[in-house]
Design a protein. Structure first.
Length: 510
């Protein structure tokens, strides 16, 4: 592998790790999103309110100052004009008014001595004309009000904000107190708009910083909250893997600390319970092993005696009283059965203790099956369909035990003939043992390999110990194989033994 490929794989793994931590179902991401949404909502709300308040304050302050100055100029200068001013007088007054501190444009409208309308503009803002004044504003300015004790002025000051060429303006108009000259004012609000835009940018930046800060805060909070949860998950996985001494470090008095303490208490109770169960299991296995071992000595003597009795019965010399002959035969049969049971128990204890070992050899499967059938005088009851030359590396003794149990079980509980078929599949040898009996009841199938299990409701009492199929399965497992039981569509039960042709991986030498 080149350095480039290694770097690419490292980058890919890192990206996957980051993405796995930030997937949408991640509590960390959800905390960050929630914090971000709360901060964004709060920041946008605060910024919007602040912008609106500042906008109104800025515009109102500027507007009040301009309108106050314009009204004062109308009183001090336009009010001094004669009722029928000349064009020069009107122009001069408009120029003076425009030079006020607020620097607005002025348009004065009056009538000359002949009743003709006169217009004079200060000339700023590309020429302020009557066409720039909204019609509604002109109508309101020229509307004469009823003079009474509460309203002593016949004409009022009116104003409104307009936008021309994307630029904001304040426009206002009024008449002099006694009537006559009408004045209009136009003030640019562009500077105020720039100030408000700067304020909006500042609030936007502040909102962005608040969002980033909330994300960092959420990350810190998530780390604080999720680190104990992550440790708890790791500890739970270790506990599930069998490391019962796993414990969490407890610090603090919050809910997470209580959860850690609860986990430690549960782990401690589980460790104690498993230790007790393991101790009882070990004692039980040791008891079975010791009992089987102790039974072998008296069984050896009893077996020798029963063999002598059996020889006397077979010889027919009459040395055995005919009245007790059935009892003698029963003793011989039960002694043989007890001897098989003890041997099976010892074999089971070896499997449970993990001391069972394979003695592997290259064998011809067909020859080994033939030898198994011939040794038990089953040649007349068993049909063998196997080609010679199918080689496998197996333990001959253990395979003989498997076959003896499967074929013997088929002969006892099934129906003749029993057919044994051998075939090759990939790197495995498959052996099928089929009988022609009634088959296995569906409720019994899941339990046929259980120890001491007998389907007494569907079968008469057998001479078996109930351990044969269990031992056969254990012998298959130690080879790395498997045995399954099923019913054939054509009738009868089928036991399928699958064994690897090569040496099991866990038995190979390093």
């Amino acid at each position: 592998m080149t350095d480039t490929q290694a770097g690419l794989r490292g980058w890919t793994a890192a990206r996957k790790g980051v993405w796995s931590r930030l997937r949408f179902t991640s509590l960390r991401l959800r905390l960050v999103v929630v914090f971000g949404l709360v901060a964004l909502t709060a920041a946008v709300s605060a910024s919007g309110i602040a912008y609106w308040l500042n906008r109104e304050a800025v515009l109102t302050r500027t507007q009040d100052a301009v309108l106050r100055d314009f009204q004062q100029e109308m009183q001090n200068r336009a009010g001094l004009l004669p009722a029928r001013p000349t064009q020069d007088e009107l122009q001069h007054t408009a120029g003076q008014m425009a030079n006020s501190s607020q620097r607005f444009s002025v348009l004065l409208v009056a009538q000359d001595a002949d009743g003709k309308p006169l217009y004079s503009s200060s000339g700023a803002l590309d020429g302020f004309t009557l066409a720039d004044v909204p019609k509604s504003l002109r109508t309101a300015v020229n509307d004469k009000q009823q003079v009474d004790s509460s309203d002593k002025a016949a004409y009022h000051l009116y104003w409104q904000r307009i936008v021309e060429d994307d630029k904001p303006y304040l426009i206002a108009g009024t008449k002099v107190i006694g009537g006559g000259t009408t004045g209009y004012m136009l003030k640019s609000l562009e500077q105020e708009a720039k100030d408000l835009n700067s304020l909006a940018w500042s609030l936007g930046i502040a909102t962005g910083l608040a969002l980033i800060g909330s994300a960092l805060l959420a990350q810190a909070a998530a780390t604080t909250v999720l680190k104990p949860v992550h440790r708890l998950g790791v500890a739970a996985r270790r506990l599930g893997e069998g490391r019962l001494d796993t414990r969490l470090r407890v610090s603090g008095t919050d809910e997470l600390a209580d959860l850690s303490r609860t986990f430690n208490n549960a782990a401690e109770a589980l460790e104690k319970r498993v230790a007790d169960m393991a101790g009882r299991d070990e004692a039980s296995r040791r008891f079975v092993a010791d009992m089987s071992h102790e039974l072998r000595t008296p069984l050896t003597a009893i077996t020798a005696v029963t063999e002598v009795l059996e020889e006397e019965l077979e010889a027919g010399t009459g040395s055995v009283d005919p009245m007790i002959e059935p009892a003698v035969r029963l003793v011989v049969s039960e002694t043989r059965r007890l001897n098989d049971l003890v041997e099976n128990l010892m074999e089971v204890t070896r499997f449970d203790a993990g001391t069972a070992r394979l003695v592997l050899d290259d064998v011809d499967v067909a020859d080994l099956i033939t030898a198994c059938i011939d040794a038990r005088a089953w040649l007349d009851a068993v049909e063998l369909d196997a080609e010679r030359g199918i080689m496998a590396r197996l333990d001959p003794r253990r395979l003989d035990v498997i076959l003896a149990n499967l074929i013997g079980n088929a002969l006892k509980h099934g129906g003749s003939p029993v057919r044994v078929t051998v075939r090759e599949e990939d790197d495995a040898v498959v052996i099928d043992v089929r009988d022609h009996g009634p088959g296995i009841p569906e409720d019994v199938l899941p339990h046929v390999f259980d120890r001491f299990y007998k389907a007494s409701a569907s079968r008469p009492r057998s001479e078996g110990s109930g351990l044969g199929l269990s031992i056969a399965l254990e012998n298959a497992h130690i080879h790395g194989g498997e045995i399954t039981a099923a019913n054939s569509p054509d009738g009868g039960a089928v036991f399928t033994l699958r064994l690897p042709r090569d040496e099991p991986a866990d038995k190979k030498e390093d």
